[in-house]
Design a protein around this ligand. Sequence first.
Ligand SMILES: NC(=O)c1ccc[n+]([C@@H]2O[C@H](COP(=O)([O-])OP(=O)(O)OC[C@H]3O[C@@H](n4cnc5c(N)ncnc54)[C@H](O)[C@@H]3O)[C@@H](O)[C@H]2O)c1
Ligand SMILES: NC(=O)c1ccc[n+]([C@@H]2O[C@H](COP(=O)([O-])OP(=O)(O)OC[C@H]3O[C@@H](n4cnc5c(N)ncnc54)[C@H](O)[C@@H]3O)[C@@H](O)[C@H]2O)c1
Lengths: 204, 204
Amino acid sequence: KIAENTINRLIVYKKELNRLATDGLSNVYSHKLAHLSGFPSHLVRRDLMNVGYNGSPAHGYNVTELEKCIADFLCTPESVRVILVGVGNLGRAILDYCQQQNPKISIVAAFDKDKNKVNKVYHSIYTFHIDSVKNYIKENNIDVAIITVPAAEAQEIASALVESGIKGIVNFTPVRLQVPAEVYIENLDMMLGLEKVVYFVNGD
Amino acid sequence: KIAENTINRLIVYKKELNRLATDGLSNVYSHKLAHLSGFPSHLVRRDLMNVGYNGSPAHGYNVTELEKCIADFLCTPESVRVILVGVGNLGRAILDYCQQQNPKISIVAAFDKDKNKVNKVYHSIYTFHIDSVKNYIKENNIDVAIITVPAAEAQEIASALVESGIKGIVNFTPVRLQVPAEVYIENLDMMLGLEKVVYFVNGD
Ligand SMILES: NC(=O)c1ccc[n+]([C@@H]2O[C@H](COP(=O)([O-])OP(=O)(O)OC[C@H]3O[C@@H](n4cnc5c(N)ncnc54)[C@H](O)[C@@H]3O)[C@@H](O)[C@H]2O)c1
Ligand SMILES: NC(=O)c1ccc[n+]([C@@H]2O[C@H](COP(=O)([O-])OP(=O)(O)OC[C@H]3O[C@@H](n4cnc5c(N)ncnc54)[C@H](O)[C@@H]3O)[C@@H](O)[C@H]2O)c1
């Protein structure tokens, strides 16, 4: 089993390589990739050796080959379908953003309990009533969900999703979700990034 | 200078300790803090020694004392004032969330170019027209800004903020901002978290 932090880093390298490719660069040295991704170069070199890709001292790494090598290593399936629960301010910003960022992972349906939102389409994604989420997950073999409901609703929603077969959750609520050990939870909190900026701006 | 990753971890420990205190726990062992924060326990123990705090084998660490020790080490000023630029879906979700999460860091003003949003109040924060942002930064000694404008506007906004004296930016746009070396940029991308969940759900 690979450490979570290693997977974190590989995903960040892949994103930076993708950007370099869009900017038209064909080669990159490990110290440049280290600078762009914010990790030390010795770790970058070690990680890339782990995925079985070696650069050359003369040219560095080939950008598109390395990106493909990491994508293969991560074996992201060709197309992953995700659902989102809670079509509020944050939910709608995510629906818009996901469409533009990663063609392999797409949000295919959204769910809400507010009658004014149900049956509406936001950023070309249809909003179902939350009562139909269990059937939707089972009928469409959905494994991953994003939760952007208010904190008070989070645990109840998470339990309903896990009961229906969800195996991974991106949790934006400030609640620590109680789920069985085999369900993977990723908690995202933008305040942590803000606190980091405050720390470095005030000087250490 | 302390490594960025160490600061990252300390901020996460502080947040988890704060939650434990709210749940009424008075002591915690390093392996428990490791489990909650997602870092290996040897790293937790090393980090806590670096901030000069030792637990005892019998009782572990005192939760409130340790939280205070980390906060002192990070020397977060008593109150930090931040501005937000781009009061769209994501901006509004952030305005609401920040108010609830961290009393020491507060968003004091928001800026937008949309006439329908200017002079309005969202989550008790007033929205100014973007043309007045430079004066506002200088007159109020603001160091940190959050950017949630569309990608096409991001670089122009970042340059205007840095010219007026901003020293740190939380960047939500997918653009790599070109700013002088002494300006600290934190790029936040929720797709990275989603990709991580997809990886672990598909099994490594
Ligand atoms: N992690 C972060 O950095 C971060 C940032 C901003 C907001 N948040 C969190 O994200 C969540 C959403 O924030 P927001 O500003 O978009 O809130 P919002 O009130 O605008 O949206 C919440 C949505 O959830 C829906 N909802 C409520 N109960 C539901 C249920 N049982 N089933 C289905 N839908 C339900 C509501 O109808 C609404 O559309 C909150 O928990 C907030 O704390 C987190
Ligand atoms: N990093 C992430 O994980 C993530 C997630 C969601 C959205 N985003 C990004 O966040 C940004 C905002 O997304 P959104 O869904 O809230 O978009 P939105 O269109 O709802 O909001 C953008 C706001 O910026 C304002 N604006 C535009 N130009 C401006 C200027 N020059 N000065 C001041 N204000 C200006 C608009 O009037 C609008 O209110 C986008 O860049 C999007 O790609 C990032």
